[in-house]
Design a binder for this molecule. Sequence first.
Ligand SMILES: Cc1cc2nc3c(=O)[nH]c(=O)nc-3n(C[C@H](O)[C@H](O)[C@H](O)COP(=O)(O)OP(=O)(O)OC[C@H]3O[C@@H](n4cnc5c(N)ncnc54)[C@H](O)[C@@H]3O)c2cc1C
Length: 428
Amino acid sequence: MTVQASLTSDIDRLDLDGPMFDPTAFGLNDEQAEIITSARELGQRVFAVRAPTYDRDAQFPTENYRDLHRTGLLGIAIPKRNGGLGADYKTYALAAAEVGRYCGATALTWNMHVCSTLWSGPLADDLEMDATTRAEHERRRAMHYKRIIENGAVYSQPFSEGGAAAAGGVAFGTEAKPVKGGWIVNGKKIFASLAGHADYYGVLCTEVAEGEKASRRNTLYLAIPANTGGVSVVGDWDPLGMRGTVSRTLLFKDAFVPEDGALMPRGVYFQAAMRWPHMFLTLSPTYVGLAQAAYDFTVRYLRGEVPGTPPVKRRMYPTKQVAVAQMQIKLEQMKAIWFQAVNEARANPSKEQVLRAYAAQYSAMEGANEIATLAIRTCGGQAMLKSLPLERIYRDSRCGSLMLPWTAELCLDRIGREALYETGESDD
Ligand SMILES: Cc1cc2nc3c(=O)[nH]c(=O)nc-3n(C[C@H](O)[C@H](O)[C@H](O)COP(=O)(O)OP(=O)(O)OC[C@H]3O[C@@H](n4cnc5c(N)ncnc54)[C@H](O)[C@@H]3O)c2cc1C
């Protein structure tokens, strides 16, 4: 079955799901609501239908990216003056949760793409740069944005290397050596979502001059065109979940990157990681969407309303009612803390806000899979067949806790340590 062939006119007659975050209840303005609604409609009408094929074949959602471009959502966080939708952090996060509800792999890879514009855009605007550097950054990012808006260029964000760098512990092992007009990049990135499908790889690497020691302060964020000499994609991708992300390994061997490839000026990524920590919370919307999807499925299934299944009602059993109540409570708790954390994303957050961001990430990443687990137990055997979306939601949701730098384990680590120790404190 091809992806296109699976789309039928029935989709146009679908009853649209309600928003995850009602604009009135959550205080969203008309413009925010409109962007988020368009993401939800595209997700439900189109992405949900294609999701089983991408998952089964571990195939990248190329067709979805064409639709994201067509609808303007590829440039969601690009400023309006550059032709984008000009969405702020919160609007993007809520839109991404709506996409995650219908196709986890599309939402997760869309996040990698959007971050290239969010980090170089509204986030960089909050950081310190002298006037010359800011003007140069403005010129460069306009070039990147133009490619996205006009040509539908897709950016990825490979930073994992299999060592301690992606957790923020040490400098990235992928190195950029300054040469005339740019850099020569050498290194390897694992789990590089969109590998072989992005037009530009937004690589985090360490600028190292001859004889210098690698330092996190010298992290560069470079957009490397996929067709650059010395760039290759190796290995296969056959994972438990998030199969459509196609997160294969990227190799860089003496790849030349011109100066204009810098998505952030020197020193600004390090500044962002220190001063704008919510930049790492953007992997969570996908999983909030998956949690909502598991809950929605369960309610429909127990009411006998899942399309393609017999209209058998199972809602009258008290045990099922209790399970749904537990799922609803977990979901509301997750959405409440997550919305608050997303709402207060900004430069220089307070300690309380940072701890809340870790807690929100943990709640979304662990909670999505807990809700999906309860959904499978409650709906029963017929609901976990591959003809229905629940087992995919379950597998996709298991991946959230593994996403560096804020894995579930590292969030626990940080909350415990930072709650008990002030900066610089020790027991010695
Ligand atoms: C579906 C999917 C898509 C992905 N896409 C991307 C992508 O596009 N770009 C990208 O850069 N990465 C991506 N990743 C990679 C992800 O962020 C992790 O880097 C990857 O899962 C790390 O796996 P690992 O086993 O090498 O982790 P390891 O480094 O072996 O760590 C294993 C676990 O140990 C813990 N740990 C690690 N370091 C520390 C530490 N210093 N202190 C305490 N505990 C620690 C963490 O909890 C971690 O989960 C993706 C992962 C998945 C599952």
